[in-house]
Design a protein around this ligand. Structure first.
Ligand code: CMP
Length: 140
């Protein structure tokens, strides 16, 4: 199995409730290594660019407002099969559908305030990592 990198966000609902460490513990327990991390306040332009794929969705405006409502922690995670592994430990987008033991089941407040984001493909992982991190900030 190849070592992959994926991009992760600890969202404002989780930073607001001081759950950054609890989320990171879940990621590390799943075998993922946090090889880059920083706490930032996204600008509206950041959020609109990052979520541009959802621009036509009815929830786009609310999603952007939510993502700039407080600080986020952006991360690069590394490990075997990291993209799928991270999606498994995150759980379903809607916490009502998430499996027991997943981050969203334990911590998410709603489908919007769902505590974490994770890349859905190798292509998007590369794009998302490059949007927030330079190569020298990633130390595996
Ligand atoms: P994320 O994995 O960050 O990717 C897009 C986000 O849009 C998703 O998590 C949810 O937080 C949000 N989202 C998806 N569907 C809905 C919805 N129906 N209503 C509000 N937000 C949504």
């Amino acid at each position: 199995m190849a070592i992959e990198r994926t991009f992760s966000i600890v969202k404002p609902d989780a930073t607001r409730r001081n759950l950054t460490g609890a989320v990171c513990a879940k990621l590390e327990e799943a075998g993922l290594r946090i090889v880059a991390q920083k706490r930032i306040q996204m600008t509206r332009e950041n959020a609109e660019t990052f979520y541009a794929v959802h621009k036509e969705r009815p929830f786009f405006g609310e999603l952007v407002d939510f993502m700039i409502s407080g600080p986020v922690v952006v991360q690069v995670l590394e490990g075997e099969n990291a993209i799928l592994k991270n999606r498994e430990v995150m759980g379903a987008t809607n916490p009502a559908d998430a499996d027991e033991g997943t981050i969203r089941k334990e911590f998410a407040e709603s489908i919007e305030a769902n505590s974490v984001h994770g890349s859905d493909s190798p292509e998007n992982a590369a794009i998302e990592i490059a949007y927030f991190f330079s190569g020298s900030e990633i130390v595996g």
